[in-house]
Ligand binder design. Structure first.
Ligand SMILES: [Zn+2]
Length: 667
């Protein structure tokens, strides 16, 4: 009994036949560009090692071989595939037709290994191609496939060893040669999303597939037999479904011909990663049958599941081989933080309306990047963010658009709709200048108004259309402060230790009607759910465009819920940036790290966090130490607020922090 249990657990953990780790290939660099003629007769190809042997997609042996090699340089990823084939035949001549109806060769690239947002390219013996981009694979009921997407600048050629569509003879085979521009590959990944060749040592998840059909010769050519196709692949997925990117192989980019092939070690974290996907697949299957996730499903050892809302869960685990912290959510997004000793990502909030020429902006961005800032979160109009994004990207920064969500001062469309605005317990609306709480720019919209929701979704769509964006960070995803941070009570002459009706929103007709008709009995909770609801709606829209859904939040879910109706533990966020600003709360400089640990506990560690540092509170000399105490909490990143207060001394301090090697501390 015991042995059976153990065996079962092992099989479940490794995915049955998937006990073998995904294959790994070291792709070496080539010095001179290759001529794409389909033949692959250059010396560079001859000296290049083949990928491990192809197998049937379910893992079995195959009758004829497909030999694949890869090379890379600054501009292209090169792929050469050589296939045995007795009957060369192809019918599709039109670009973007369904190429796998013919025998074909297929390439799949998931540049950042997040299991979403990957490239598919198919090519047949007529050299006809089909390229598409998948933001959400088919395991979900609502996959999202961008059919119009094109690999710009793709070079492709086919060489036939035999005669095409000529049934009287026996053919030898065919080969495919591809040069895929890096600008196409890395522009669509989340990380690094550089549009450039990868850094040596980086890896990507890839797979290759060859679709084979059984045919019989006829008078005019070949006729397809009514048998299913067979799929020969590099990395078997265990199912007749290539769209399981978690099983794809790993390609490591090496600057040199790899002297030591042994350096291509299997990925030690594979089994921990695949355990998470086992649970995801089981939960999706359960939902398909019973229309809901199984909250009582037993987890494999070491895996935690958390349901922020009924229709969304997050799985987390720590790989005991590498110490990597892994996270997979029910929307299929995988993320991995290397280990507790890693360098945190540094995010800088940037006010896009600062007056600078494009050249001055570029110099500024270069200065940030050289100091160790990784990402900028840019405020401004859609046009402004679109102007600055390519400049920041040129400097090597990742870019998040800064979206003012529920508080939208001066929104000319919203201002035409008085009923869109949040209303307080005294019936006063944020629409009217004389009735706004605290400050003129508090122009909060109602989270439950459907037109508001559509309006904000449209804002997301406009931002998402900016090329090169990594994500969108929602700000003011909350209602007005029912409780201000203590440091501000005296400024407004208020004692906010109890709820003051004038600062308690949203008592609009829409909200009151929804509350009366709904099942949430707690009025406060109802509003927290409403705020989470609109964030989750926008997050779904953001992710649909292949972007990271981030949110600026109050320091911890509990505190945020109490103060601004923002229980962000219910947010379906890929990243939160808690504003852990101690001076606002009359707290000592040790407080940000404490509240960050608290926030991780309250959200059960399921949302990657980058707590914000409020620069005016920290003298430059104390900044490296302050960043270090935040890093020691194990956070994914740290936010820096903001560019307006950032001095050259701060930048030096950041550089110093980034240059310090972080030793993994064990307590
Ligand atoms: Zn309302």
């Amino acid at each position: 009994m015991m042995i059976r249990t153990i065996l079962f657990t092992l099989a479940a953990a490794t995915g049955g036949i998937m006990a073998q780790p995904a294959p790994t290939y070291v792709c070496s660099r080539v010095d001179t560009p290759l001529l794409i003629d389909g033949k692959g007769d250059e010396e560079a190809w001859k000296n290049t090692r083949e990928l491990s042997a192809f197998r049937d997609i379910e893992g079995g042996a195959i009758p004829h071989q497909c030999r694949v090699k890869m090379l890379w340089d600054d501009d292209y990823l090169y792929i050469l595939a050589d296939m045995d084939e007795q009957h060369l035949w192809a019918t599709q001549k039109e670009h973007d037709s369904i190429i796998y109806h013919d025998p074909d060769f297929e390439v799949f690239i998931d540049p950042d290994g997040d299991g979403l947002n990957y490239i598919e390219l198919e090519i047949n013996e007529l050299n006809t191609t089909w390229d598409l981009f998948i933001t959400r694979p088919y395991r979900f009921n609502d996959p999202n496939i961008l059919h119009d997407w094109e690999i710009k600048g793709l070079k492709h050629a086919v060489h036939l060893r035999g005669t095409l569509n000529t049934p009287g003879d026996v053919d030898d085979g065919w080969s495919v040669e591809l040069a895929i521009p890096w600008s196409s590959i890395t522009s669509h990944a989340h990380l690094p999303r550089t549009g450039k060749a990868p850094e040596p040592g980086c890896s990507m998840r890839m797979n290759f597939s060859r679709v084979n059909w059984q045919v019989k010769p006829t008078a005019g050519g070949y006729e397809k037999l009514p048998a299913p196709e067979s799929n020969h692949v590099w990395a078997p997925t265990g199912k007749i479904n290539i769209h399981l990117p978690e099983h794809w192989g790993r390609v490591i980019f090496s600057p040199n011909p790899p002297q030591e092939w042994e350096s291509a070690m299997p990925d030690n974290s594979d089994s921990a990663r695949l355990k998470l996907y086992e649970v995801l697949n089981a939960q999706l299957e359960h939902r398909n049958k019973l229309q809901e996730f199984d909250r009582s499903m037993q987890m494999p050892p070491g895996v935690n599941i958390c349901f922020p809302t009924d229709d969304f869960f997050v799985l987390t685990t720590v790989c005991n081989m590498t110490g990597a912290q892994m996270r997979l959510d029910s929307e299929g997004r995988f993320a991995c933080t290397p280990s507790a000793g890693h360098h945190p990502e540094l995010y800088l909030w940037v006010h896009g309306n600062n007056k600078r020429s494009p050249m001055e902006w570029l110099q500024q961005f270069i200065c940030y990047a050289e100091s160790g800032i990784d990402s900028v979160i840019i405020d401004g109009s859609v046009e402004r963010i679109a102007q600055l994004t390519p400049l920041a990207r040129l400097a090597g920064l990742r870019v998040y658009a800064w979206l003012w969500a529920l508080n939208r001062p001066g929104d000319t469309i919203a201002l035409q709709h008085p009923d869109w605005y949040a209303v307080n317990a005294e019936g006063k609306s944020c629409h009217l200048p004389q009735e706004r709480p605290f400050v003129e720019y508090y122009q909060f919209l109602c989270p439950n108004n459907q037109e508001v929701q559509q309006h904000l979704q449209e804002q997301v769509r406009q931002l998402a259309a900016i090329p090169g964006l990594t994500g969108i960070q929602a700000d003011y995803m909350r209602l007005p402060d029912v409780e201000l941070p203590q440091a501000l009570w005296s400024k407004y002459g208020l004692d906010m230790s109890h709820v003051i009706p004038a600062f308690d929103y949203c008592y609009c007709d829409t909200c009151k009607a929804l509350y009366a008709a709904g099942s949430e009995p707690d009025w406060k909770k109802f509003r927290e759910r409403s705020v989470a609801g609109i964030f989750n709606l926008l997050a779904a829209e953001i992710r649909k465009h292949g972007l990271i859904a981030a949110c600026a939040v109050f320091p911890s879910p509990e505190l945020a819920a109490r103060m601004v109706h923002q229980d962000w533990s219910m947010f379906h966020a890929d990243l939160v940036l808690p504003m852990a600003y101690h001076s606002f709360y009359n707290k000592p400089a040790t407080w940000p790290a404490d509240i960050t640990r608290q926030a991780a506990q309250e959200s059960r560690g399921r949302i990657p966090m980058a707590p914000g540092v409020h620069l005016p509170d920290i003298p430059p000399a104390s900044l490296p130490g302050h960043l270090e105490t935040l890093r020691a909490t194990g956070v994914h990143g740290i936010g820096i607020f903001s560019d307006d207060e950032l001095t050259p001394e701060h930048l030096e301090a950041i550089k110093k922090f980034k240059a310090t090697p972080h030793v993994l501390q064990r307590h």
